[in-house]
Design a protein around this ligand. Structure first.
Ligand code: G4P
Length: 302
């Protein structure tokens, strides 16, 4: 994570926070969208404070890319926090109905309260929040049925509030609450980089791939080997490794990158693997779930 990027956020945070407070005060329900592959890293640190006294619906989005077992664990964690929570993929249009039902469920106390007070037909007002790239625009477009949510990746929301009627009693703020991600922890920065929430040009992809391979070794052993078709023996018998200078701890992962390059014919010249190309390749394969459904964070490790 580059220094310039870490320092970019604080200047914008106060403004974004003020705008979020202003907008949150207008709604009954905050829909918090997280990336199911790393809910902790994609969670804004302020959201719990911001959404205090509001009903909360946590959507673990991009579940089509994430580990099914871990999705279930995370769902339980957020439910235990008192939020309504569901695992979903906004790319699948059939989840629109489910989200509308969840909004009703999350607001059932408010609906009951209104009923008791004799208030009829007061709509539930909803705002969609999340850090960039978690799928806010996709969710809003799905719910609103039109391309209305393209706001660019700016924190806060734009002025001039518009409400979109989603059903007889649900209204959605048409601009999402774009929150900022956390950059206070190297591991969080890594996870955000791996899911593609950080501009790749700012990243050292070789280092990122090595961190990813370490995590794969511990959480999904054997998956990388079988995807690219190499064995432990291939790693041991790579004589070219003898000439590589790198810290001992990284040797295994450099050797893996070399095998990936050999297997994919990514060569700098005959017989010499292009490790950087292999690093990009494995990160792209992870992002597109070509390594299978992989989650970077486990609820039971928190
Ligand atoms: P944002 O408003 O929170 O910044 O996110 P946005 O909706 O723009 O979504 C960011 C990217 O994530 C988009 O891909 C979008 O299609 C994708 N996406 C959103 N929800 C899901 C999901 O549930 N599953 C998967 N697999 N992808 C999802 P993109 O490549 O930037 O755009 P596009 O090529 O899809 O248009």
């Amino acid at each position: 994570m580059s220094q310039s990027q870490i320092q970019w956020f604080p200047g914008h945070m106060t403004k974004a926070l003020r705008m979020m407070q202003e907008n949150i005060s207008l709604v009954d329900l905050v829909v918090e969208i997280l990336d199911a592959r790393c809910p902790i890293s994609t969670r804004n640190p302020e959201i719990q404070k911001l959404a205090q006294n509001k009903s909360r619906l946590v959507l673990l989005n991009k579940a089509d890319l994430a580990d099914i077992n871990k999705n279930e664990e995370w769902e339980s964690v957020f439910k235990a926090e008192g939020a309504t929570c569901a695992v979903m993929s906004a790319k699948n249009p059939s989840c629109k109905k489910e989200i509308l039902a969840l909004i009703q469920e999350a607001c059932k106390e408010k609906i009951e309260r209104d009923k008791r007070k004799g208030i009829k037909n007061r709509p539930i007002r909803v705002m969609v929040t999340g850090i960039p790239n978690v799928g806010k625009s996709t969710v809003i477009n799905l719910l609103a049925g039109r391309a209305s949510a393209k706001t660019g990746n700016k924190p806060g929301v734009t002025k001039g509030k518009q409400w979109i009627k989603l059903s007889q009693n649900i209204e959605l703020l048409d601009t999402p609450g774009v929150l900022w991600p956390r950059f206070d922890d190297a591991l969080i920065g890594e996870h955000l980089a791996l899911i593609g929430s950080v501009n790749d040009t700012l990243l050292n992809m070789d280092e990122l791939a090595i961190s990813f391979l370490k995590q794969m070794d511990s959480d999904y052993p054997g998956v990388v080997e079988s995807r690219y078709g190499f064995t432990e023996e291939d790693l041991r018998s790579d004589v070219g490794m003898q000439e590589i200078l790198c810290i001992e701890e990284n040797k295994r992962y450099v050797a893996i990158l070399r095998q990936i390059a050999f297997k994919r014919n990514a060569l700098v010249k005959a017989g010499e693997p292009d490790v950087s190309k292999a690093a990009k390749l494995i990160i792209d394969d992870f992002r597109a779930a070509r390594l299978g459904k992989i989650s970077l964070e486990s609820a039971n490790k928190q």
